[in-house]
Design a protein around this ligand. Structure first.
Ligand code: ASP
Length: 321
């Protein structure tokens, strides 16, 4: 009996040591509280929890990031994969990237129309090609050759995203700034640290509703929307992509930590505060370092987000800071 207990203790501890720490986001800019019913909020929270658990079950940070983002991409609730928003042509163009902090290897994809899980395509580029960034039809052909099934573009249709398109289209025709909210923002991301202290980060997005076809935001741009290096931190951003590209936000945060010794919390907050204030411009950041420090600042009404500790303790938040 005593032996059995010792074995149980050892196994649980071993597993605990293997588990990753993970932080995720489902986009800055949450549904206005008035539109968030308790039932819908529960769906958001349940999906974030499922993503955290899927990532936590993995033993490397890369696997954790891919698994967590995969769950969010498969949900119609978030602007990535299944829930991707429509561009001006009424089509979807998805972007994603992933980066490994130990090797600084990275993979990025843009202009996807038929890949169910863009984050997995980004990982494929990182691991199975000699490139970092691939786009459009050539990327889809490469992914298919590598055994990734392609889906019909119709798979990505959701009535909610279509409704947002019509709302933004109507507002633009009247030359109004459409109200900020999920029609504007979205994107999912994850940053993980495994037992070896290796960081990984990833981001996946459907872009911005009613955006010009061919436009690419920050999410697939290494150093802008995604970055990971073991010495400093892993980062995934969400928000007005153009600002995050111009200010190379994700790598700027790492540089603040590495060269100036800023804390993770200060580096992320300062990077966000340093973005120019433009109408409708805002966003959020998640970041994690190898000591387990987490930062999740945002400048919108809320940001879907969650963390899971090594021992499996989950916390999820949407509106509260
Ligand atoms: N950053 C994304 C983009 O610009 C959108 C978002 O995060 O909401 O494509």
């Amino acid at each position: 009996m005593r032996l059995a207990l010792v074995m149980l203790f050892l196994t649980t501890n071993l597993f605990a040591q293997d588990n990753v720490v993970l932080v995720i986001h489902g986009g800055a800019g949450a549904l206005p509280k008035a539109q968030m019913t308790p039932a819908l909020e529960k769906q958001y929270r349940d999906t974030l929890e499922a993503a955290l658990k899927a990532g936590h079950a993995k033993s490397t940070s890369l696997d954790a990031v891919e698994a967590a983002i995969g769950v969010l991409e498969d949900s119609p609730l978030f602007n990535a994969g299944k829930g991707a928003v429509f561009n001006r042509d009424g089509r979807h163009e998805m972007n994603a990237s992933i980066m490994e902090g130990k090797t600084k290897k990275a993979g990025a994809v843009a202009g996807l129309t038929r890949i169910k899980n863009p984050i997995s395509a980004a990982r494929l580029v990182m691991e199975k090609s000699e490139h970092v960034f691939m786009i459009g039809e050539g990327l889809e052909r490469f992914a298919h050759e590598q055994g990734m099934p392609l889906v019909s573009p119709l798979y990505f249709h959701t009535d909610t995203a279509w409704k947002y398109l019509k709302e933004v289209e109507a507002a633009r025709k009247k030359k109004q700034q459409a109200e900020l909210g999920p029609a504007h923002y979205g994107t999912v991301g994850a940053v993980a640290c495994d037992a070896q202290g290796n960081l990984a980060a990833g981001t996946s997005t459907g872009g911005i509703t009613y955006v010009r076809p061919g436009r690419v935001g920050d999410s697939p741009i290494i150093g802008a929307g995604t970055y990971a290096e073991n010495e400093s931190c892993g980062v995934s951003c969400t928000g007005t992509g153009e600002l995050f590209i111009r200010h190379t936000v994700a790598s700027d945060i790492a540089a603040r930590i590495k060269y100036r010794g800023d804390s993770l919390v200060k580096a992320t907050q300062d990077a966000l505060d340093g973005l120019p204030k433009i109408a409708g411009g805002a966003g959020g950041i998640i970041a994690l370092d190898r000591h387990g420090n987490v930062a999740t600042p945002y400048s919108t009404n809320g940001m879907y987000r969650g963390t899971i500790t090594k021992s499996g303790k989950i916390s999820i938040a949407i509106y509260e800071k």
